[in-house]
Write a new protein. Sequence first.
Length: 305
Amino acid sequence: MQSKFLALGAVLIPVGIAVAIGCGGSGADMSGDAGSFRIANVSGNERCATPTPPESKIRAVEAEIAAAGISRAPGDTTINVYVHVINRGSGIANGDIPDTMITNQINVLNQAYSGATGGTNTSFRFVLAGVTRTTNSTWFTATYDTAAEAQMKAALRQGTADDLNLYTNGMGGGLLGWATWPWDYAAAPSLDGVVVVHTSLPGGTFTGYNLGDTATHEVGHWLGLYHTFQGGCTTTNDLVSDTPAERSPASGCPTGRDSCKGRGFSGLDPIENFMDYSTDACMFKFTPGQSSRMDSAWATYRAGR
């Protein structure tokens, strides 16, 4: 088996290695650095329900992103955001969040993606294009891949592939949210978008996750980023070369955590990265490699579509 790497933009994929990337609270571990990943469930730490792509899809996507090879200037891309507030009645407790929370959420996205919080200044900026408010008790508890999700999005989604539709509801089950991948837009445009629990917006009541960075995290998936802990202690990791390997999702803000220590991987766990599971106050950055990956994914799957 070859041990060389295929260089795909900001991505490094070892030839002959099976790749397992995804969401929904799964970590991965691999003894040594050859063979297939063994995916292990991370009990009690499932915050994101974004689905895991199959290996064949991952490889096809990496080839397509590499072919794009795009890098944009900071602030070069403006994304229109349509916010859809799903509630079960009046009042914040029922999901009927005020306009101020929505405005603050857009501000949080812009701070995160501009590097104002201490990370990389990416090319993406966000502008509120519209707000809808819907009272529907079934949609209020909609979760990933359900009839309620499909009905909600079919009725409310606006724009095209380069417009972000952000839904807020009270999904429950301890979940914070989920997103669709950019490469899935062509097959199911009506499902495209991000869903977050309304209590995760700035000023919400979800302890540890109420500063608005659930949306930052899920929009990262919508722009093509995987979790930092996907791939576990391997050279492939999240398919971005400048995020250190991480064996499992972080919880809280475990400063100095090094879950791949002794396995031949340097660098502390990227607990400060928006694509980990750390609490909002702990996360503040995207890396240059993540920024480049988002640019290439945008050019390949969303720009002008």
